[in-house]
Design a protein. Structure first.
Length: 133
């Protein structure tokens, strides 16, 4: 049975992979765009899922949390902010366009990442493959 392609079908690890690829893609603002990773996605640190460097060799740290809970997101941002990096991103299911930054940390709605990739025929194939995992 082939289901419609939908973000709700993604596992947490697939969402982490999607966010990592988004940070490498043309969709990411240049200061957040990762040229290379320093750690394996989602494995090395409790408070950082993605750690890499941008084209200025500045460290970019990101946390991916598949949650709608703004209070949990704020706690995770507090922990992320204590991590030594030049730029910080929080990917979550909290859709608050009014909260583009929370305590200096870029807040990105996971649904927007999905939409960016879904609108691109090349990356849409990646989404199909991630959903199948």
């Amino acid at each position: 049975v082939k289901y419609p392609l939908d973000l709700s079908l993604m596992t947490d690890s697939a969402i982490e992979a999607m966010c990592t690829e988004w940070m490498r893609s043309r969709f990411a603002n240049e200061k957040y765009r990762v040229c290379y990773q320093i750690i394996r996605t989602g494995g090395n640190f409790a408070d950082v899922d993605i750690l890499g460097a941008n084209n200025q060799n500045k460290i970019v740290a990101a946390q991916v949390s598949n949650t709608f809970d703004i209070n949990l997101v704020r706690k995770k941002i507090d922990k992320l902010n204590s991590f030594s990096s030049d730029e910080r991103i929080m990917f979550s299911m909290v859709h608050r366009p009014d909260l583009e930054k929370i305590d200096g940390c870029r807040n990105i709605f996971i649904g927007d990442v999905w939409d960016d990739f879904y609108s691109d025929s090349y990356y849409k194939v990646m989404l199909e493959r991630l959903v199948a995992l």
